[in-house]
Write a protein that binds this ligand. Structure first.
Ligand code: HPA
Length: 248
């Protein structure tokens, strides 16, 4: 399995893989990676074509909250790097902290807050520059394409926490003060690992729910998955349009 472009699919977004012309699949265990048991995370690599471009989709991912460490959580990124990947799109499901970014919409990551308290780069004094984790040039391409498609695409800062519990309203107020626009339990460690390996990185949050305390509704993983499924089709259109234009 080998491709220059990869997409990591978050909670409920595995349906994106159904739009691939599949050539090969490989389970995480067969690839020598730890396996996730969270509902909505199948745990396999799928190689195929989307918009005529060869890509590897990582369907499901491994989380800190399952008891894995930062090295395990980022192992899929290193595997992809070993299999030729130079550009990577990370997707996730997230709660929105912004009244003007309602659930059901997508937010492209401008930057992140790594609040997991750990790093996949621990073990060496490598001091990697994190001033532009998410490629500005690539973001601009996607933004232009979203405008052509008349698809609402917000941009903001993603706060990555360990979980597994959702946040308290007080924690959400704190995150807002810290500059977060969306909150989730993944992506930041993978993005740091990909950046350290020299990959071009892009990140998208599917805003599946209001963060705690913002609306009177409670939070439920089933709602997160259901909203992800509905919003996935807009991302498929954006990816298809954007990828058909990039040269690999
Ligand atoms: N908080 C943290 N992670 C999430 C949320 C949330 O509100 N929604 C989806 N993943």
């Amino acid at each position: 399995m080998n491709a220059e472009l990869a997409i990591v699919l978050g909670s409920g977004l595995g349906v994106l893989a159904e739009h691939l012309q599949i050539e090969e699949t490989l389970g995480f265990a067969e690839a020598g990676l730890p396996v996730s048991h969270v509902a909505g995370h199948a745990g396999r690599f799928v190689m195929g074509t989307l918009a005529g471009k060869k890509i590897i989709a990582m369907q499901g991912r491994i989380h800190l909250y399952e008891g894995h460490d930062a090295k395990s959580v980022s192992s899929g990124i290193r595997w992809l790097h070993e299999h030729g990947v130079k550009r990577i799109i990370l997707t996730n499901a997230a709660g929105t902290l912004r009244a003007d970014f309602p659930p059901g919409n997508w937010m492209m990551l401008e930057d992140h807050l790594n609040l997991t308290g750990t790093s996949p780069l621990e073990g060496g004094a490598n001091f990697i520059d994190m001033s532009e984790v998410y490629s500005r040039a690539w973001r601009n391409e996607f933004l232009a394409e979203s405008q052509r498609l008349a698809m609402p695409l917000h941009q903001g800062v993603y706060a990555g926490l360990r979980g597994p519990q959702y946040e308290t309203p007080a924690e959400i107020r704190m995150l807002r003060t810290m500059g977060a626009d969306a909150v989730g339990m993944s992506t930041v460690l993978e993005a740091m690992q990909a950046k350290a390996l020299g990959m071009e990185v892009l990140g998208f949050s599917c805003l599946t729910n209001w963060a705690a305390g913002i609306s009177s509704d409670g939070l439920d993983h089933a709602d997160v998955l259901a909203t992800g499924k509905i919003a996935a089709s807009a991302m498929v259109s954006l990816l298809t349009a954007s990828l058909s234009k990039i040269s690999l």
